[in-house]
Design a protein around this ligand. Structure first.
Ligand code: GLA
Length: 712
């Protein structure tokens, strides 16, 4: 239902536009907060439903003083938004949005579907998910819903519809978050029946499925679709992968159910609302908060309907690791290949880790600027104020239960002031990389189901290559192997175990078009059904390589590998390579060991293909991310691909992030090392925060220096 306020506004607008007989309804003028969107948003998760309204202004005043520019609200408030079935109470949410507006704070509304109310799950028990052990979940926690259940979808769509009809043109609402951190799934009969239908659509006939899954093995042959079980760890590899793809598609349709309701009720363009990376029509954006490298579903599948990617960036125990954290940002930027938001991040510490230690003083600020350096246009703290009860009483916040700032508040306020100051320099800029690392959930799952050597961790493997390349190239994209790779000079595929036909052709075309492709251990072994290719690795790429993997070995010993990149004790995994083409060169060879099979055999090979090249690394260079051989390999790859980073090696612990557009580039330096460091710059830069021109920067631990210059 429209509120009287919006009704009056739209009637007035209709009268104004009547003479022009235009079909476009007029949009309400954006609120001051939304009309002047900052290039960088500082935000926080606010739960007005937990506090007396008389308190809201005091909280919002403290937020405004800390330069908070948006709040995310509503995502767990179903029991307040619909206290009983069909009785919606959205007035309090409207009042909260208006209160934020008075403080120049824009709003992102979260749909509340991650926490259904008790009346709902009591009335419709089928909406409660069934766990893998067959037990039905119950009310009292969150994420207890069944993501496949038609009734739950109807109810969540109704809720999204109500919210969007009321706030889809709200001048102070800039965007929507659907649900919250998709994770728990349901294994009951509903999901089962939908999985059967999904399999039928994908495979057409049982004969086809039986052939592609090689079900003659262990008499797994199916005579009826209903015989196909759900397996998550030990099943046939084709079945395991199909279930994961079904889960991904089901999250996508779960999301689309709400997304369609919202999109139908947002816009027409309200003008000026959207941050960088938002949808082209400048409507309220729609996103969901993902979780970095969480692998419960294929994020490329789920993100394709969204306007913008966002994720929840938590450290948990310990201090920030700029390599793995940076990779998670670059992964998220790769979902839609543009800037993204950090929808939640930790205000010092969390409550769910084995040791919920705090980030060191200054570390929260360094982390925020690292986020921005990787392409985040917003950083939002979860949460504003401690809940007085509930499961997260111990979590870090910006104000305490008494409503006054905790020590971290000042650090976050400083970030907010800096976002305001540096925003104009960063507006319209993004990360541009010559180098891409390929990542696919299919390949990642395929290895994790059959590690063969438990010590082979595909994520650690990816981080090692990412870290070595980033240290020299300063920016890396992480993208899916299905996308166009034309913009990259160098593409590195760490353990890209599984390739679809389209992906294999994409890589072949990339090399033929002059690209430089590096495949590492375990790549191109499996087809799109998670079955083995009939060609040895790298399967469909073997003839392009002019070489192949003769045999793979899980290692229980260390084997030296020697050649162009130095000497490395290879561990965990080794692949014996051979060359079949006279122009395929051997870069590294294994040394002699009692294992014998690998003695003097090729460990890394490369072949030029026109202006491009294809390289295969069969030795483990990744178990020591700091290894000089890995660094030398990265240097060789960059040189081979003609990548000449604008800046050379950095002092240990110092990171550089570059965002640019056609006119200028912004360099962000952060020192994560204990020791102070000085960096000489190649040209004069303007110091964005401190002002003035500079030729060098000096950084103590956690210092952040932001520089800009015209794009050379
Ligand atoms: C997740 C959730 C939040 C909150 C935080 C705590 O990111 O989305 O609701 O539980 O964790 O760290």
């Amino acid at each position: 239902m429209n509120t009287p306020r919006t009704l009056i506004l739209s009637l007035a607008a209709a009268l104004l536009l009547a003479p022009a007989l235009t079909a476009q309804p007029a949009a309400p003028a954006p609120s001051p907060a939304a009309a002047n969107p900052p290039a960088l948003y500082l935000g926080t998760a606010w739960y007005p439903e937990q506090w007396p309204e008389s308190r809201w202004d005091a909280d919002l005043t403290l937020m405004e003083q800390a330069h908070v520019r948006f709040v995310r609200i509503g995502e767990f408030a179903w029991s307040r938004l619909e206290p009983s079935e069909g009785h919606y109470d959205l007035d309090w949410l409207d009042r909260a949005i208006r209160a934020a507006e008075r403080h120049h704070i824009a709003v992102v509304i979260g749909t509340p579907s991650a926490a259904p109310p008790a009346w709902l799950t009591t009335t419709y028990p089928e909406t409660l998910r069934i766990k893998e052990d067959g037990r039905r979940d119950e009310h009292g926690n969150r994420q207890q819903f069944n993501w496949a259940d038609p009734k739950y979808r109807e109810l969540t769509r109704d809720m999204a519809d109500q919210l969007a009809k009321r706030f889809g043109h709200d001048p102070n609402v800039i965007g929507w978050q659907i649900d919250n951190e998709y994770s728990d799934i349901s294994f009951g009969p509903i999901a089962r029946a939908q999985f059967d239908a999904w399999l039928k659509t994908r495979y057409g006939t049982l004969d086809n499925l039986n052939t592609r899954w090689t079900t003659a093995y262990w008499s797994e042959t199916y005579n009826d679709w209903s015989q196909i079980p759900i397996e998550t760890t030990d099943g046939n590899p084709g079945l395991l992968l199909s279930w994961k793809r079904f889960v991904s598609d089901t999250w996508r349709s779960y999301q689309k159910n709400q997304l369609d309701a919202i999109r139908a009720n947002t816009g027409p363009p309200t003008g000026g609302l959207c941050p960088v990376g938002c949808n082209a029509e400048k409507r309220q954006f729609i996103t969901t908060n993902m979780m970095g490298f969480y692998d419960g579903y294929d994020h490329y599948t789920v993100s394709q309907d969204l306007d913008m990617a966002s994720w929840d960036d938590y450290v948990g125990t310990g201090q920030l690791n700029p390599v793995s954290n940076g990779a998670a940002h670059d992964l998220t930027r790769g979902f839609l290949r543009k800037n993204f938001w950090v929808m939640e991040t930790q205000p010092g510490f969390v409550n769910w880790s084995p040791n919920n230690n705090s980030l060191d003083k200054g570390g929260v600020r360094a982390m925020a600027w690292l986020d921005v350096g990787h392409g985040a246009d917003a950083v939002s703290y979860w949460q504003w104020r401690s809940d007085l009860n509930g499961q997260e009483e111990y979590h870090g916040t910006l104000v305490g239960t008494d409503g006054t700032p905790v020590p971290l508040y000042a650090e976050v306020a400083r970030i907010g002031a800096e976002f305001a100051k540096a925003g104009p320099a960063l507006e319209g800029t993004t990360v541009k990389s010559d180098v891409a690392i390929l990542h696919s959930y299919d390949a990642y799952w395929a290895i994790n189901w059959q590690r063969h050597n438990n010590a082979f961790d595909p994520l650690a493997n990816l981080f090692a290559y990412y870290g070595a390349l980033r240290a020299q190239a300063h920016s890396i994209d992480i993208v899916n192997p299905s996308v166009s790779l034309a913009q990259y000079k160098l593409v590195v595929a760490p353990a890209l175990n599984l390739l679809t036909d389209q992906q294999a052709q994409n890589l072949i075309d990339y090399v033929h078009n002059g690209g430089h492709l590096v495949l590492t251990q375990r790549s191109a072994m499996k087809n799109e059904d998670n079955g083995l290719f009939t060609e040895r690795q790298p399967g469909p790429l073997a003839s392009l390589l002019g070489g192949r993997v003769e045999q793979y070995y899980a290692l229980d010993t260390t084997i030296p590998v020697i050649g162009t990149w130095g000497t490395e004790p290879t561990k965990i995994w080794a692949e014996l390579l051979s060359t079949s083409s006279p122009d395929t060169k051997v870069l590294m060879r294994y040394g002699k060991t009692p294992l014998g099979w690998l003695d003097d055999q090729p460990a890394a090979i490369t072949r030029k293909v026109g202006k491009g090249s294809i390289t295969y690394i069969g030795a483990d260079l990744a178990s020591d991310p700091e290894s000089p051989t890995l660094a030398a390999a990265a240097k060789w790859m960059l040189a081979d691909a003609n990548v000449h980073p604008e800046f050379g090696a950095l002092p240990p612990g110092v990171d550089l992030y570059i965002r640019k557009n056609a006119s200028h580039e912004v360099w962000i330096f952060i020192n994560f090392a204990e020791a102070p460091q000085t960096v000489a710059l190649p040209t004069a830069f303007e110091n964005v925060l401190a002002g003035g021109q500079t030729h060098s920067v000096s950084l103590k631990r956690f210092d952040v220096v932001i520089l800009q210059r015209p794009t050379p």
